[in-house]
Design a protein around this ligand. Sequence first.
Ligand SMILES: [Zn+2]
Length: 262
Amino acid sequence: MTDTPTTSRHVILFSGGMDSVLAAYSNPEADLLFVGTDTKQSFLEKESAGGVAFRMGRRLYYRHTNMPAPVGSNAYVANRNLRFVLEAIDLARFLHRKTPTGTPLPRIVVVLGALKDDRVPDKTPEAFEAMGELLSLIGDDTVRVMSPFHHLTKGQMLAEILADKRRVEEVTALLRASVSCYKLTENAAFCGCGDCPSCFRKAVALLSEGISCVSWFEENPMRSTTAEGYRTRLEDGTLEAQGYELDRIRRMTAAFILAGSK
Ligand SMILES: [Zn+2]
């Protein structure tokens, strides 16, 4: 069964970060949902996500979930994405109530901006498929959980969207407004700190696609402590030995050259 707007209701889990912004951009009919938690980071993300959605001319729905504390040193929160998916299903059901009585609820498609290199256990294609099967089995709805970008790295995702050159200006403006930073500050003049792994990945994807973005960040993302760490591991072959995607290595090299730091 193909998922079209008439046979399914799409809800995109929208954080306002690059991946979810591009997922929303490539799915103009979908509803957008931001799920917040009780952290300062979440409040700041909510503001940015609202700003990007407004810029896209899209309505953004908000939900709140109680998130348990991260486990271990890697800040991984168990079942985090599953909680988001449950909120998305709830929103789809809520919105369906506005349609004429008796209209059957179409298949619910929950969309996340997950990428090929996402390592979180509940953000893999296998996890998404299992979630869809389980939620369809135990609930009243037919549910599919998916990411349109699961076969792509961040840079490849951007390349695919920008294959149509007419989109470059609009997409660049959206990504300038998008925020995916681990150390989000209240300084709205910047799209991120420039010194966390998330800012680094975003900068690499943009630079490797020829988009100048260094000034978007509070600190030059290709000269930060994080960047230096990656550069060392790039040059001594550690990244390749660790099984990094060749596409990511190639793009990282290009980004360092383009940012003039090598
Ligand atoms: Zn950052």
